[in-house]
Design a protein around this ligand. Sequence first.
Ligand code: PDD
Length: 287
Amino acid sequence: MPRIAYVNGRYVAHAEASVHIEDRGYQFADGVYEVCEVARGFIVDMPRHLARLNRSLTELSIDWPITRGVLPLVMGEVVRRNHVVDGLVYVQVTRGVASREFFFPPAGTKPSLVVTAKKADPAAAAKRAESGIRVITVPENRWDRVDIKSVGLLPNVLAKQKAKEAGAQEAWFVDVDGTVKEGGSSNAWIITRDGVLVTRPAEHGILRGITRTTLFDVAAKLGLKIEERGFSVAEAKAAREVFISSATTIAMPVVAIDGAPVANGHPGSITVSLRRAFFDVAEKSPA
Ligand code: PDD
């Protein structure tokens, strides 16, 4: 079954889908993106993802490439055309195609829009959650506007590759003050000995993850307390449970940090219950 991508108004064969060599996303990473989970045929938390996309575009003064209300229809169409029941839908908007100048392109330059969808195996994800993942820590070396979901992800690529080479699945960026910021493609959480969820405030220095936001709703439903504050690597290593969150991992247990086991080295029960309750609490839009 050939995959289909949406590129600037057309549904095209994924294998042949392309953008111009002078697309500003290609030349300057001058663009933003969103990744939504697709689960059981539903796009998860789409309104929250679109609100964040709007914020990213606004912060960078990039216009909407199509009417905001039409994007969910395109996303749904791409999911359906690719027969994705479980997986993800990816949306990327760049400042468009223009002769390579650092200045913004002339008024009227159309932003580029690409939408793709990919299948994932929920059984494989469940298996990963049963064993948990390993993280390493790296010094923060990104710009200070990581609250914008920009496609400029080179530090994240390098950090995650370093994690992979160390036998881990995620890298945590650690601030100069020793507190954990977030992962290369996820937010970071710990659960204290008293069962309190702790995650860094999202006002500055991290991406306000949509999964993170919805986990606040899940925690409320489960009667769990959340504290928004920084935590150190040492505190995480001594925590009752540790996990990461993102659209592609939901709540994923962390069982080792820099090679040291977390608690007994197995996924914790609170993380498992957050993961189980997530889909029921999240907003589901039929694809
Ligand atoms: N990444 N922090 C960073 C740096 C991220 O890249 C992501 C998501 C998150 C979690 O955000 P959300 O819960 O909205 O997915 C936090 C996506 C999944 C990616 O780049 O593939």
